[in-house]
Design a protein around this ligand. Structure first.
Ligand SMILES: [Zn+2]
Length: 139
């Protein structure tokens, strides 16, 4: 059984016991931009915030891409969040490669450099990365 099959089976069980009152529209108070790293999955424990208080936007790195900026506009202007929390972390997978190296690897694996080069938002230092992201969000 694949993990997706296992997840679908678990979802069937979850749906049988789902409380419809949980379907009410949440009113998040803070937008959390964080990495897709599974070690950051338990944000309630990591940040001490309730699930419904967070509008979580996940991206690799985390990179503040044009899509993330669009989601932040929706979060702050439509959903009503009033704060933005940027959660970077040490040991990020995006520090283990460079955009150039991964583009070269893809071209080598496929024998084709198209479409490319792609931007993967790799970085080296989480603190420096967070500072750069802060500049993007504040400016
Ligand atoms: Zn990461």
């Amino acid at each position: 059984m694949s993990l997706i099959d296992k997840a679908l089976k678990a979802n069937e069980q979850y749906a049988r016991t789902y409380d419809p009152s949980r379907g009410a529209h949440p009113e998040p108070k803070v937008a959390v931009v964080t990495c897709m790293d599974p070690r950051l999955s338990d944000l309630e424990a990591i940040l001490g915030l309730a699930t419904g208080d967070m509008d979580v936007i996940r991206t690799g790195g985390p990179a503040v891409t044009q899509d993330v900026l669009s989601e932040l506009v929706v979060s702050t202007r439509v959903l009503g969040t009033t704060e933005i929390l940027l959660l970077d972390h040490t040991g990020c997978g995006f520090t283990t490669f460079t955009d150039e190296g991964l583009n070269q690897k893809l071209a080598s694996l496929t024998g084709n450099s198209e479409p490319g080069p792609m931007r993967f938002f790799s970085f080296e230092d989480p603190e420096h990365h967070t500072g750069l992201l802060r500049e993007v969000l504040v400016d």
